[in-house]
Design a protein around this ligand. Structure first.
Ligand code: RB5
Length: 146
């Protein structure tokens, strides 16, 4: 799968570890930065990853900051994007099945690499269920038009 990834300085180390994990699993990873631990601004990377999804450059996205929260708020500002900050396996599965989420946002300060790899694997391997959930996703996206 084509996966786009990005982080700020607080998520850089986990982003690098996830990138290695995904590449080893055979995914094609596009890295939008940041490229070291120098202090930077997370909305820049959230927007770059979200735009890559909207433009069809990648099918799914992963964002990492200190908590995942700033990245998720910023990514959801991009029209058409559904991004979710999460830290447990049940939510990672449910947000794909019910919300057809494009991007998950993880916190390097809240999630260790072992759990992060599991969350990413669940996110990439779970399909949207459609049906009544499609109706709700359509309703969410219509809010953007109001
Ligand atoms: C950076 O210190 C931190 O604010 C950022 O990584 C993120 O956690 C914001 O939500």
């Amino acid at each position: 799968m084509k996966v786009v990834i990005g982080s700020d300085h607080a998520g850089y180390s986990l982003k690098e570890a996830i990138k290695k994990h995904l590449t080893e699993a055979g995914h094609e990873v596009c890295d939008k930065g940041t490229n070291d631990t120098s202090s930077c601004h997370y909305p820049i990377y959230a927007e770059a990853v979200a735009n890559a999804i909207v433009n069809g450059e990648a099918e799914r996205g992963i964002l990492v900051c200190g908590t995942g929260i700033g990245m998720s708020i910023a990514a959801n500002k991009v029209k058409g994007i559904r991004a979710a900050a999460l830290s447990d396996c049940f939510t990672a599965e449910a947000t794909r099945k019910h919300n057809d989420t494009h991007i998950i946002c993880l916190g390097e300060r809240t999630v260790g690499p072992g759990l992060a790899f599991k969350l990413v694997d669940i996110f990439l391997n779970t399909e949207f269920e459609g049906g009544r959930h499609q109706t709700r996703v359509d309703m969410m996206m219509e809010i953007e038009e109001k």
